[in-house]
Design a protein around this ligand. Structure first.
Ligand SMILES: C[S@@+](CC[C@H](N)C(=O)[O-])C[C@H]1O[C@@H](n2cnc3c(N)ncnc32)[C@H](O)[C@@H]1O
Length: 247
């Protein structure tokens, strides 16, 4: 991890070592109720966003999900050669079971599960047709480095698809913070039955998340072409980026 940064710091480009470790502890604590809370606080829209991202993947492609978490997205990808990467062994353990079971039921080959971070992908150059990051980009401790690594492992002409919490400008960021600070906290408290539930900490990463235009610029600077980023209609709670590795 970057040694020049204050260990507790958190900003739109990344975070320090201690901040990231605390984030990871909180993310792991969400595992038992991760899908349930997400579904409630996104008013069920999360499934629609995941289907939209999956629409950019064709049968036979070689696909990497960076920050696969418990496998919520990957388990439904069909007919592809799949690699799931996550830094957390606890997340990977759940993903292995969920994705493994779904693929076995469909008679598909096993997926590969890799422990690692986006900023240092333990994977070869020019390998994947698609790299997907669903609700994990916000957690990268060095977003520019993570994007450069993704560019490296994509095949020329391959595409990065990112889906994350929506923030197009300051006003929407304020509305999102109010939502995360009230509704999300209330739902998480009810579902976990714990006053100190992990969503208390997770709202921080949205507070410090940058705008769509900031990351579009970062993707172009890193070397992606045809970079696009937009909010998902109708609630504008999430955003999607598409970016291509030049041929
Ligand atoms: C909110 S979960 C998203 C899970 C899943 N992709 C989904 O569709 O819901 C975020 C995941 O990103 C992972 N993550 C955090 N920092 C990361 C990093 N630097 N590189 C790759 N993944 C990271 C976490 O371990 C966690 O499993």
């Amino acid at each position: 991890m970057s040694s020049t940064r204050d260990s507790e710091s958190l900003d739109r480009d990344g975070m320090g070592e201690d901040a990231w470790k605390e984030l990871m502890d909180n993310l792991e604590a969400t595992i038992p109720v991760y899908d349930k809370v997400n579904s409630i606080v996104t008013l069920g829209q999360d499934k629609k966003w995941r289907r939209n991202v999956a629409g950019f993947i064709d049968a036979g492609m070689k696909v990497l999900e960076v920050g696969c978490g418990p496998g919520t997205f990957s388990e439904n990808l069909q007919g592809i050669d799949l690699t799931c990467l996550d830094p957390s062994e606890a997340m990977l353990e759940v993903a292995r079971q969920r994705v493994g079971k779904a693929r076995a039921e469909r008679g598909e080959s096993e997926a590969q599960f890799v422990q690692g971070v986006a900023e240092e992908l333990p994977l070869p150059d020019n390998t994947f047709d698609r790299v997907c990051c669903l609700f994990s980009f916000r957690d990268f401790h060095d977003k520019r480095k993570g994007l450069s690594e993704i560019l490296r492992v994509l095949k020329p002409g391959g595409m990065l698809i990112i889906c994350d919490a929506g923030k197009s400008n300051f006003l929407q960021g304020l509305a999102g913070r109010i939502w995360m600070g009230t509704v999300v906290q209330w739902v998480a408290r009810r579902v976990t039955k714990d006053k100190n539930h992990p969503w208390k900490w997770l709202a921080k990463t949205y507070t410090h998340f940058g705008t769509i235009s900031h990351y579009r610029k970062m993707m172009r600077e890193v070397g992606f072409s045809n970079v696009r980023g937009r909010l998902y209609w109708p609630f504008f709670m999430a955003e999607r980026f598409l970016a291509t590795k030049p041929e």
